[in-house]
Design a binder for this molecule. Sequence first.
Ligand SMILES: Cc1cc2nc3c(=O)[nH]c(=O)nc-3n(C[C@H](O)[C@H](O)[C@H](O)COP(=O)(O)O)c2cc1C
Length: 386
Amino acid sequence: MMGHGIDDGAFSGLARKARRRLPRLFADYIDGGAHGEHTLHRNRAAFARWGVMPRGLRDVSSIDLTTSCFGRAWRLPFFLAPVGFAGMFHADGEPGAANEAARRSVGMGVSTFSIHAMETVAASGADLMAQIYVMRDRGITRDMLARARACGMSGIIVTIDTAITPVRERDVRNGFRHLSRPTAAQMVGLLKRPLWLTDTVRRGRNTVGNIDRYTTARGVMAQARDVAAQIDPTLDWDDLAWLRDAWNGALVVKGIMHPDDALRAAEHGADGIIVSNHGGRQMDPAPGTLDVLPAIADVIGGRLDIVVDGGIRRGGDVVTALALGASAVSLGRPWAWGLAAYGARGVGAALADLERELRDVMALAGLCDIAALRRAGRTALWPLPS
Ligand SMILES: Cc1cc2nc3c(=O)[nH]c(=O)nc-3n(C[C@H](O)[C@H](O)[C@H](O)COP(=O)(O)O)c2cc1C
């Protein structure tokens, strides 16, 4: 069964396994979106409007997927999106995912709400960026920047689409935010997943390791609630200018959907943007990310690297996104499912499955490397009748 009536593409097997292994409330936390989940659906639907054109008689005996993005070199045009609480999905946690990112030479964002502290994740040697939510107390933000610098993060990702957390009906139904004192029904739900439970108890972590120093609350959910309440809803462009001053490494703004905001991010000295609607978890109804990507690529005009996320589930989706102006794609749920299903090995499987499909589509499109794909742009695609 699909978790949200959406085709999970190349990750269907991992997603199915994740849903079987996780307690319902965690599976729903990963799968779900805000309000009517229209944005969640639109992210996928947007890809169905494009075909990739088959081309023949070009030598495609060797396909090179090496990518340069945000000033870094990756072997593949993939980035593991920051995902909160991933360490609750499997004991391998964020360090396990980072090890896979390092092994396969792709970038990764470490969520503010990482169960393992960014310092621990950094030990993987992966090319990591710290995802930052700016807190009302700028002292916390300054401390996070200092930690990111000290542990060798290659940049920061400032997420700007979370001024508030909207209703996510599945989380409300499951009492996700109130798990610190589980109800009888929640206990039964957890006990129904013995593999997950023994894994979590064995690991014995009940803390959001990346931010627990900023709260006196105890337990994952209470800490997350406390720190989430400190995210600053007054954040504005002046604060981005402040961040630009406070951080001298790469600065990427995540959660851009409007071309004007893309332009402003560039004017404020951002080194890159992530076109994202938070995987349909924030604004509902928003357009799909692929729907807005071409207009954003137009205003940016090649000045910054653009990464896009939201519903990327097939190799063809990657080709479509790059043809429409992205330098790379970012994946949220796919690696969360992989981790929940099989630990670090599952994250590796998610990346390998997408790579295999990407190689297929590139070869059949007669495109040997990422530069050729980006040069071809829309001519590699065919708009489909809706
Ligand atoms: C379970 C979950 C937790 C997330 N936590 C964060 C977070 O802490 N910070 C952040 O910037 N984005 C977060 N996101 C959004 C992702 O970084 C990314 O934008 C989104 O998942 C991409 O869409 P996709 O899941 O369809 O690939 C989260 C997404 C999911 C699914």
